[in-house]
Design a protein around this ligand. Sequence first.
Ligand SMILES: O=C(O)c1ccccc1N[C@@H]1O[C@H](COP(=O)(O)O)[C@@H](O)[C@H]1O
Length: 211
Amino acid sequence: MTTAKICGLSTPETVAAALTGGASHVGFVFFPPSPRHLSFDRARTLAEPVPEHVGKVGVFVDPDDSLLAEAIGAGRLDVLQLHKTPPERIAAIRARHGLDIWAAIAVRTRADLDVAARHRELADRILYDAKTPEGATLPGGMGVRFDWTLLDGYRHPLPWALSGGLDAGNVHDAIRQTRAPIVDVSSGVESAPGVKDVSRIAAFLAAVAKA
Ligand SMILES: O=C(O)c1ccccc1N[C@@H]1O[C@H](COP(=O)(O)O)[C@@H](O)[C@H]1O
């Protein structure tokens, strides 16, 4: 069965929608250029109602130790999702914080998948995400999708998850085609950048449950 992470939540109402709809994970972004960036106080409030069985994922872009320590404490994080973070830094973060690590791999071509294999001993899960355009402010959360057929026949080095441009209209096909164990969405359940929409969250989670 495929489960779902709803990422970039920033209000109690949308966290509640994710929990009611059966999300396995909720994502909190700690990256100031993002419209989904959270203060530590806001993260503390949002994490409060999340039950034990739902994973709280912090999303970071090559974070330093003080950001990680504050965010982990405020958001009571279970998982660190790391974008654009060099492998040796991932290893150091994992050793220091002892939390599950999801290494985000930016994918546009088959060659990009080679990066995933380098994380075999370093991460707990690979998150295949679409590569955003050259010069983009964000390495994710832009609704960009990659060619899912690149994963056909690919021997995954680790447990994995799929993200990039998913929404309620395409997630069924994404799951059927890739057999992703976890699907991850951000902009596909928004009405504007950074503005999550409870009905889109419900529709996405219903589509995942049906797939
Ligand atoms: O969402 C963000 O603002 C963000 C910022 C920095 C790194 C990653 C970010 N989002 C991640 O991007 C993917 C895909 O998003 P989308 O569904 O295509 O909008 C998702 O894993 C988010 O966690």
